[in-house]
Design a binder for this molecule. Structure first.
Ligand SMILES: [Zn+2]
Length: 231
């Protein structure tokens, strides 16, 4: 575990205090940190002065050897930051042994705490985040008529209390809504788009697997379907 301490100003009262954040979170060594990520505790800054709390999406790498993932959290990252991470990874994979080691990993870059948490949960469920992103777009398209006058801000995979799976639709202008999903739906998407998903996954570096990526997968598949129709 590697941590850093820095002075941070409270976003409410500007009071400055020390905040300890993590650079690397190795869940094999410290599995207890997972719960702290999932509850936001790890990212919570609590002001000693005014008592208010704020979330701090500090940059960190969360890795899990058992589930084979490396997830970077970099809030609002730009191309330059992403390239630096990719270069670091390339550098660290120069030995053949490391190449083998990191090659089979799910390497992602996430821009928000919620995205990071979702990817951890998806891996815990033994699911593929790429299939899930495509499934999300298809589900949202199904209900697009009902969403016309709403401001949908994000769609996140989650588990329900009864163990079932769902998508949580988070709106800017109303309460969240749930769409139930099933493993059957998931496997259908995997079967239909598995090839395109593989094609569209960057072979090197950290990938951004998000709605934009999933839309590209779907658009390309549709182009192909149309081409086959015309022939
Ligand atoms: Zn404060």
């Amino acid at each position: 575990m590697e941590t850093r301490k820095e002075k941070i100003a409270c976003p409410y009262c500007q009071h400055e205090q020390e905040f300890e954040s993590y650079v690397n979170i190795d869940l094999d060594v410290e599995p207890e940190l997972k719960a702290k990520i999932m509850s936001d505790e790890l990212f919570t800054f609590e002001c000693e002065e005014c008592g208010k709390k704020a979330l701090m999406a500090f940059p960190c790498l969360v890795s899990n050897m058992e589930l084979k993932y490396m997830y970077w959290l970099i809030a609002n990252f730009d191309d330059e930051q992403k390239k630096a991470l990719d270069d670091d990874l390339k550098e660290s994979m120069k030995s053949d042994n490391d190449k083998k080691f990191a090659g089979g990993y799910r390497r992602r870059i996430t821009g928000t705490i919620n995205e990071l948490k979702e990817k951890i949960l998806i891996a815990d469920e033994g699911l593929d985040d790429r299939v899930m992103e495509v499934l999300k777009i298809l589900c949202i398209n199904e209900v697009s008529d009902q969403l016309q006058s709403t401001q949908l801000s994000e769609v996140r995979f989650n588990k329900k209390e009864d163990g079932g799976m769902c998508l949580v639709l988070v709106f800017l202008d109303r309460e969240p809504a749930l769409i139930d999903i099933t493993l059957d739906m998931y496997h259908k998407v995997e079967k239909m788009f598995g090839h395109d998903i593989e094609e569209k996954t960057p072979k090197e570096g950290f990938a951004e697997i998000d709605p934009y990526w999933a839309n590209e997968v779907l658009n390309d598949s549709i182009v192909l379907v149309n081409k086959t129709d015309e022939e």
